[in-house]
Design a protein around this ligand. Sequence first.
Ligand code: 5HY
Length: 236
Amino acid sequence: MLIKIINPNTSRPMTEAIERSARAVASMDVVAVTTSMGPASIESHYDEALAVPGVLAEMANADGYVIACFGDPGLDAAREAIAAPVLGIAEAAFHAASFLATRFSVVTTLTRTCVIAERLVRRYGFEAQCGGVHGTDIPVLDLEHGGEPLLRKIEAAAASALSQDRSAAIVLGCAGMAPLCAQLGARLGVPVVDGVAAAVKFAEALASLGLGTSRRGDYATPPAKPYAGFASHLGW
Ligand code: 5HY
């Protein structure tokens, strides 16, 4: 069985980092792909909107899918598009963290994206478990360079989130933070959840159970119709 991980931004180095993190935990075959269209990084509502067609164009030829951007862009549309299980890294990380602590905090990139994560917390029903979403104002693509100063900045933000929110686990709010997960966990002494790894394991679990997205109700295949312009090849 194959799990396909889709990086909704067009950064190949970030896709490679995502694939390394996924391979480190996967039991099934995994492949990470970079979308052929969209923003270099996703740090706004506008970026997120323009990332979705690229995600949908990749929904084929796998037994499970992971959308590797913390806004879970296009998750519902992707679940309509294909019967195989589709996991967003934010939703997967929230579920994983909720098994590990009664309250968790999210540490993400630009403060302006915190509202996107806060909306997902509400949408997925984790208001009671999520103590807060905290920005570090680290641009997404800066994560590709890694390094001690960046690690220290995220560690400091996580440490203050734990005390401010009285939480006991950290959710990393960007796929680009996946390579830092183990080091942060060792330094903070609490569970640190990387959504890429969590989503890969949940996708494997569902695929191995032979379970996929329901074809009944709102996730049923969309009604057939012509699509124009750049979407012409995305129609039914
Ligand atoms: C991500 N952006 O995981 C999100 C993180 C964010 O390009 N990959 C991106 O800041 O929302």
